[in-house]
Design a protein around this ligand. Structure first.
Ligand SMILES: [Zn+2]
Length: 317
């Protein structure tokens, strides 16, 4: 199994929850866990995506808007905002392309059989970025790009995306809403940012039935969330046989996260990851690529990522 990682970027916007301390916490938690993990986990720093590759899922206008804002941030040394939640710093262009490239490289490595599974330790997150818009801290939709890229590979005709971030992955839904080759399954807190993802949104046209939204209130017992997502997964797998499974692993669904009201513990996230690998195995054959999305309590995030890697390692053994 490969651990995918990218560099850290130096600017921090005071008070913004999506800051470089998140990845620092993850990397130091991984270092502490290394004696247990290093036999099985290979850290890899993949190449950044070519900006043109992001047009597999984004409009050229979107890519140019992000580029222009990032260039201006670099020229001025200032932090600019693409929307009220979504700042760009002089490091954002490189970070977003590194995250996008990481997912593509991880898919290639897993499909080639080079690694059993991969986890992309990336920021900024991506699942709120729509075809045409940066939002919710997200510039490019890395998991959507990885899915679209996977579909260009021989033998990959259907990709399942399981999104357990506490926020609805509206960008991923937007990109694949009419696409029957990608099943998007999301459990998310409702009401909460971005306010999308009601149960009646189930895809459109040829993609009718390949979106499944599970909006849930905050503050339930953790088993309710685990059972709901796994029931949704079974429902999805009754109708859709994925050749590859991708996970938007948002650890902001954790009990100690400052941005969400879900109550999941390390053991609950472990159960989810284990069951996703197990239940998709008949057709995905252990080919699982997971992406860090949210997770804004750095200590909790570090613990959950270490546990997630152990589960991916053990479940795909
Ligand atoms: Zn989130």
């Amino acid at each position: 199994m490969a651990l995918k990682t990218v560099g850290l970027f130096p600017l921090r916007l005071p008070g913004h929850p999506e800051h470089q301390g998140r990845l620092r916490a993850v990397m130091s938690a991984l270092e502490r866990a290394l004696p247990e993990l290093h036999q099985d986990v290979t850290p890899v720093v993949p190449e950044s995506a070519d900006p043109a590759l992001t047009e597999l899922v984004h409009s050229s206008g979107h890519v140019e808007r992000v580029r222009a804002a990032c260039e201006r941030a670099i020229e001025t040394g200032q932090i600019l905002r693409l929307d009220p939640d979504t700042p760009v710093s002089p490091g954002s262009w490189d970070a977003a392309l590194a995250a996008a490239g990481c997912g593509v490289a991880a898919v290639d490595a897993v499909l080639a059989g080079e690694y059993r599974a991969a986890f992309c330790v990336v920021r900024p997150p991506g699942h709120h970025a729509t075809r045409d818009r940066a939002m919710g801290f997200c510039l490019f939709n890395s998991i959507a790009l990885a899915a679209r890229h996977a579909l260009t590979r021989p033998g990959i005709e259907r990709v399942l995306i399981v999104d357990w971030d506490v926020h609805h992955g509206n960008g991923t839904q937007d990109i694949f809403y009419e696409d029957p080759s990608v099943f998007f399954l999301s459990m998310h807190q409702h009401p909460l940012f971005p306010g999308t993802g009601p149960a009646h949104e189930r895809g459109r046209g040829a993609g009718e039935g390949t979106t499944l939204n599970l909006p849930m209130p905050a503050g339930l017992a953790p088993q309710r969330y685990v059972d709901t997502l796994l029931d949704g997964l079974d429902d999805a797998l009754d109708r859709f046989a994925p050749d590859l499974t991708l996970v938007s692993a948002g650890f902001d669904a954790g009990a100690e996260d400052p941005l969400g009201g879900f109550t999941l513990t390390e053991a609950d996230f472990a159960a989810l990851a284990h069951e996703v690998v197990e239940r998709t195995r008949p057709t995905s054959r252990n080919r699982v690529v997971s992406f860090l999305e949210g997770g804004y309590n750095p200590d909790e995030l570090g613990r959950n990522v270490v546990s997630h890697l152990k589960v991916l390692r053990d479940a795909t053994a």
